[in-house]
Each structure stands twice: as C-alpha cells, then as structure tokens.
Unconditional design. Structure first.
Length: 184
C-alpha cells in the first residue's frame, strides 16, 4: 500500500518540494540539518522576524536582505536554491511553517513517531523508555519514537500523552477529577 502525503497548503508543497530534491540527491540528512540551523538562526534574531513580517518594506529590499542573511550561512546548493525560490515568490514569511512541514514529512518517510508527553516533573530515563516501548508495542508497524517532553505542574504527578488518536493519562489530576465526579 502506498502512503500519500496530503499537500493542501503552500507550506506543505514547498516542504515536499525541498524534501523531494534532497531525496533525489541522496542528501536528506544534510538538508535537514542545514535547514534547521538556518531557521534557528533567523528566528534567534528579532530583526529578521520583523523584516519578514513587515508588509510595508519594499519586496526587493526584503529579498536582498534575506539572500544576504542566507549567504552568511555557507550552505549547500539545495538550500541556497530553495531560499532563492522562496525569496523570488515572496514566501519567506512561511519559513517556520515550511520547516515544520519538512520535519513532518521527514518523520513520516523515516517512520518516526513524535509524541508530546506532558508530565508533572521531568521524566526519568526509565519512564521515557517505558513510554517508548509501550508506543512501539501499540504501533502496527516498526517505528522509531521521539518524545517531546513538556512540564505541566497542573498534573500534580504522573504523565499523559496521545498516540494513535488515543489519550493515555496516568496523571494525578485526572484521577482526582474522576474521583470528584463520582462524589458529585
């Protein structure tokens, strides 16, 4: 069965185009790494965000500034050409979205499941391993698991995460809420 990636936004189409070129050139890992550095670099400098989102700046001037900024990164041709296209088409405002979609496509193609885990405290290595093993055992195919951990003090203790459209919740907050409902 062929898996299909739905390309319903401009960000997804640009991300898919970049991924396809990188895959064709057998350069996906290098493109991913450089794209990550560039996005982090641009977003770390408030002036770049301002330039990107300012509709009153001349498009030609904005394009020139963007290409000057990209040239400072000493980047591979795939990324350089990709940025030239983004600048020429006025799509630099979507840079973060394109990057997120690129990572989603990368994870999809590499069978990497990224799971957001909310916990009351930082998870131990053993807890992370247990969650990863559980997710792998529940999956219908062989996958790699990456956990994105978010601390949420409202949970009191325990953790919760969503995988395969199901919520798994071991938090004390949920247990207390359920207990409260039984007495109401």
């Amino acid at each position: 069965m062929t898996r299909v990636i739905k390309l319903d936004t401009a960000s997804k189409r640009y991300a898919f185009a970049l991924y396809s070129i990188a895959e064709k050139n057998d350069n996906v890992e290098a493109v991913k790494e450089e794209f990550s550095h560039i996005v982090e670099g641009f977003m770390a400098v408030p002036e770049w965000v301002t330039i990107t989102k300012n509709p009153t700046l001349d498009r030609r001037r904005k394009s020139q500034k963007y290409l000057e900024g990209v040239s400072k990164f000493n980047i591979i041709p795939e990324i350089e050409n990709f940025f030239k296209v983004l600048v020429a088409r006025g799509r630099t405002i979507f840079l973060q979205d394109i990057y997120k979609e690129f990572i989603n496509i990368y994870n999809f193609k590499k069978d990497i499941e990224v799971v957001l885990v909310e916990s009351a405290t930082k998870l131990t290595v053993a807890e992370k391993k247990k969650i990863e093993n559980f997710i792998k055992s529940e999956s219908l195919k062989e996958i790699s698991v990456e956990l994105d951990e978010v601390i949420n003090k409202d949970l009191v203790s325990g953790f919760k995460f969503m995988f395969d459209s199901k919520q798994y919740d071991t938090s004390m907050r949920t247990k207390l809420d359920n207990l409260k409902k039984t007495f109401s």
